[in-house]
Ligand binder design. Structure first.
Ligand code: FPP
Length: 253
């Protein structure tokens, strides 16, 4: 079942009052969508939409730290996004380098641990260097784990896990009957992390788009018609307040 929530004119303060601090989702994952449409509406090139999207990333990361979310996963670049014009792809990689360069100190001071998920082998070298550097700087942080999904695809992630498990099987490290859900989860990019409690997709699209296919088995979904560059703390709070009203049964009654 899906829900479209239209933005209400509540202030962050009013929304904050409705938030149950004892039921904050541990893991929130976001499909950041609508940058291109945001830019088009203003007559801008798409890259400017992504730049405005980066400002929304900053707002949402700050808000996530404030309310005590433990894991935040942001879908920054999918395995399918290589189909976009080279100029846009390069613009996105450069933006990521800029984000890490500008934000790493604030992220580190706020105890944020950066973690990139996806097939990073295909990412440009200059970007990989910045990724490794920022993961290294923040590796001992204990606050929010910020997963940035880059060249990420849920199917690719499962194929990758199956290959790793297959190798363990061929090497005689495990037996066929050892393969269970836990072994699969342990071989995903998100190994050791809880599944997302809440998946948010702005921009009016009602699909999962190859995002966290295994991990989303029991995630609550929240859709909104807001475009990602306009997304702010209020929208995050609105999604979480809505999540807190849901009755999660995990297949039980
Ligand atoms: C989808 O919108 C968005 C992306 C493919 C890129 C998301 C990237 C950012 C927000 C840039 C900054 C990221 C970080 C982590 C610093 P779209 O371009 O498909 O929008 P459209 O559907 O309106 O065309």
């Amino acid at each position: 079942m899906s829900f479209i929530i239209n933005r209400k004119k509540n202030t962050a303060h009013e929304m904050g009052k409705k938030l149950d601090m004892n039921n904050i989702p541990k893991h929130v994952a976001i499909i950041m969508d609508g940058n291109g449409r945001w830019a088009k509406k203003r007559g801008f090139i798409r890259t400017l939409g992504h730049r405005a999207g980066m400002e929304a990333v900053k707002r949402v990361v700050r808000a996530s730290c404030e309310i005590g979310i433990k894991y935040l996963t942001l879908y920054a670049f999918s395995t399918e996004n290589w189909k976009r014009p080279a100029e846009e792809v390069n613009g996105l990689m450069d933006l990521l380098i800029e984000y890490l360069g500008r934000e790493i100190n604030e992220l580190n001071e706020n105890d944020v641990k950066l973690n990139f998920i996806g097939d990073l082998s295909k990412i440009p070298e200059k970007c990989k260097i910045k990724i490794k550097e920022s993961e290294e700087i923040t590796k001992n942080n204990k606050g929010l784990t910020l997963n940035i999904a880059l060249n990420y695809g849920g199917r690719n992630e499962i194929v990758n896990a199956v290959k790793k498990i297959g190798k363990s099987l061929l090497d005689g490290k495990i037996k066929l009957n050892d393969i269970d859900e836990q072994i699969i989860a342990d071989n995903l990019y998100t190994a050791g992390q809880p599944d997302p409690d809440l998946i948010i997709r702005p921009s009016g699209e009602l699909r999962i788009s190859n995002f966290m296919l295994w991990q989303s088995a029991y995630s609550e979904l929240w859709f909104s018609d807001i475009l990602w560059p306009d997304f702010d703390k209020n929208h995050l709070l609105e999604a979480i307040i809505d999540y807190q009203k849901r009755n999660r049964r995990f297949g039980g009654i």
